[in-house]
Design a protein around this ligand. Structure first.
Ligand SMILES: *Cc1c(COP(=O)(O)O)cnc(C)c1O
Length: 375
């Protein structure tokens, strides 16, 4: 470390950088694979790509890039406020919902305060917490999911933010409306509850609920949504939250003035109108998730029931089973996500793909699992 970088705050130097999935193109180069046949099931992206309406909006917005974006995202906020039946002042736009999570942390956390979240929860919660110099309090998981009673016992007088992912990534676990409401009833009203719903659009009819309607009753609730998953706009980076207007006002103070770019604003607005694309996405996912779950179970593997667009599968009992099988799959041209960094070194997270991609994964898996016998 140089005399310069050692002067950076220790809480910054100790951050473990987020490990994203490798772009398929990079892997193709590294392993000399055939780019035509590589299958990427690693980042919970929409296997259909983006919808036609979004494509048209993108092409049009691209013609006006000499101008700054609308710093307040007026048009997208108006559409979202109509969609949710809330005031536009309650909406905050983010450069991906990742930005929303960071803004919530930035607005409420500092050195000496803490955030509470679950073991095996989304990797951005510890990053956002540590980036503010605050402490992370990790609640042991219950059957790989969130133990909300243990959350309540963990919250202390220095807790300012609680992160709840529903469904959770990478486990796919799900909390019911009833469980969430019971938690909100008991949680202290001076603690911000961030309900991260990046996979909300994939919920089955009998699982669906609308937490944005609970904010009047629980002004300490912030609901975060993403355009990256079901809406297929991962590359554009756009997400939003619905909260009380007071919380939105605070987040607005700590965000970059132009945090969402013009193309993202236009595409998100168009995507909201593309109900047919969303429906197609939902049905494709529902079917693919069942095919993957049953196919992996048929290989004798444990698969957690998933409410998202991915499944978590235990591929072996050795401590490096996940890494070994990940590597073997990759060499066979199928990219999935190892989750050792989540404390799940025996598991792999596999995103639901197109039917042919799911079939390919299932066909390659027995070959990849064979490396465990040689290890
Ligand atoms: C993917 C994901 C997000 C963030 O996605 P963005 O692309 O930043 O909108 C947030 N939360 C969870 C649980 C996720 O899996």
């Amino acid at each position: 470390m140089s005399i310069l970088t050692e002067k950076a705050p220790s809480f910054v130097r100790e951050i473990a950088p987020y490990r994203a999935g490798k772009p398929a193109a990079e892997l193709v180069r590294e392993l000399g694979l055939n780019p035509e046949t590589v299958v990427k099931l690693a980042s919970n992206e929409n296997p259909l790509g983006l919808g036609e309406k979004a494509k048209v909006a993108i092409a049009q917005a691209a013609l006006d890039l000499g101008r700054y974006p609308d710093a307040n995202g007026f048009s997208l906020k108006r559409k979202l406020s109509e969609r949710h039946g809330v005031a536009a002042e309650q909406i905050t736009l983010g450069n991906g919902s990742n930005d929303i999570l960071e803004l919530a942390a930035k607005a409420f956390l500092k050195a000496g305060s803490n955030s509470v979240f679950s073991q095996y929860a989304f990797a951005v919660y510890p990053l956002a917490t540590q980036g503010c110099g605050a402490q992370a309090k990790v609640v042991p998981a219950l059957n790989y999911g969130h133990d909300l009673d243990a959350f309540l016992a963990t919250i202390d007088e220095n807790t300012r933010v609680v992160f709840v992912a529903n469904p959770n990534n990478p486990t796919g676990t799900f909390l019911t409306e009833k469980q969430l409401l019971a938690f909100l009833e008991k949680a202290p009203s001076d603690v911000l509850i961030v309900l991260d719903e990046a996979y909300n659009e994939f919920l089955e009819t009998d699982q669906q609920y609308d937490a944005t309607q609970w904010i009047t009753r629980f002004p300490n609730l912030l609901v975060s949504r993403s355009f990256s998953k079901a809406y297929g706009l991962a590359g554009l980076r756009v997400g939003y939250s619905v909260s009380s207007s007071e919380v939105a006002d605070l987040m607005n103070r700590v965000r970059q003035p132009f945090n969402v770019n013009s193309i993202a604003l236009a595409a998100a607005e168009a995507a909201l109108d593309d109900a047919a694309f969303l429906k197609k996405t939902f049905e494709l996912n529902r079917e693919g998730r069942a095919v993957l779950t049953q196919g992996l179970q048929a290989l004798g593997l444990e698969v957690l029931p998933s409410a998202g667009n991915f499944v978590l599968v235990k591929v072996g009992t050795a401590d490096n089973a996940g890494a070994l099988v990940f590597d073997a799959l990759q060499r066979r041209g199928v990219i999935v996500r190892p989750v050792g960094n989540y404390g799940l070194p025996q598991w792999l997270r596999i995103s639901v793909g197109l039917p042919a991609e799911n079939a390919r994964l299932l066909a390659e898996m027995p070959h990849a699992l064979a490396v465990l016998d040689q290890a």
